[in-house]
Design a protein around this ligand. Structure first.
Ligand SMILES: [Fe+2]
Length: 191
């Protein structure tokens, strides 16, 4: 079996487990931590995800994204994110659950407190910082807010799994530091 075949098989096996966990346990913090464990197991197989198979030049600008798997109905969308640049995002939610796991390098995730300010009045406060690297992961409920931070100097590779693919998401919000308000974050090619 070629490396690509092995990788695709490993991805398919992991996502089968993920679908089963969600079907049996629903979407809770506990079920997401179980999903995270499955995805950490996948991402830790670094031999299956060598940087040469995911060249940054393909995406340009020091960053590349590749959809590795998505169901026909848009569910269980898995992205590879590769970056060797400074990346920072504003606090944002996803309106679907999300799990990020590390293959190599470091993606700092800041998780914010509260519900994101339903009226757009609450400034998000950092509740937790999680270093997502090999062997680690972070999971978020649909209403959780996070931001990600990556620094250049190495090839940072991370798997991002979403309960529903970006093309289907509506109502995502981000906190705009410059205005102090929340605003729409839909249809942004962000992670
Ligand atoms: Fe995100």
């Amino acid at each position: 079996m070629s490396r690509v075949q092995e990788r695709n098989q490993a991805i398919a096996d992991a996502l089968d487990k993920v679908r089963n966990i969600e079907a049996e346990q629903g979407v809770t913090r506990e079920s997401l931590s179980n999903i995270r464990d499955v995805m950490v197991g996948l991402a830790s197989q670094t031999d299956l995800f060598p940087p040469e198979d995911f060249p940054i030049s393909k995406g340009g600008d020091g960053e590349a994204f590749e959809v590795l798997s998505v169901d026909d109905d848009g569910r269980f969308e898995l992205y590879m994110e590769v970056a060797d640049k400074h990346v920072t995002t504003p606090p944002h939610n996803h309106t679907t659950w999300a799990v990020v796991t590390g293959i190599r390098g470091l993606e700092l995730n800041r998780i914010y407190e509260g519900d994101g300010g339903p009226m757009g009045e609450a400034r998000p406060r950092v509740a937790q910082e999680i270093e997502v690297k090999k062997g680690a992961g972070v999971c978020m409920m649909p209403d959780d807010y996070h931001s990600i931070h990556i620094e250049p100097g190495e090839i940072n590779m991370h798997l991002h799994l979403y309960g529903l693919g970006f093309a289907h998401l509506k109502g995502r919000k981000m906190y705009d530091e410059s205005t102090g308000k929340y605003r729409s974050f839909d249809y942004t090619p962000e992670v």
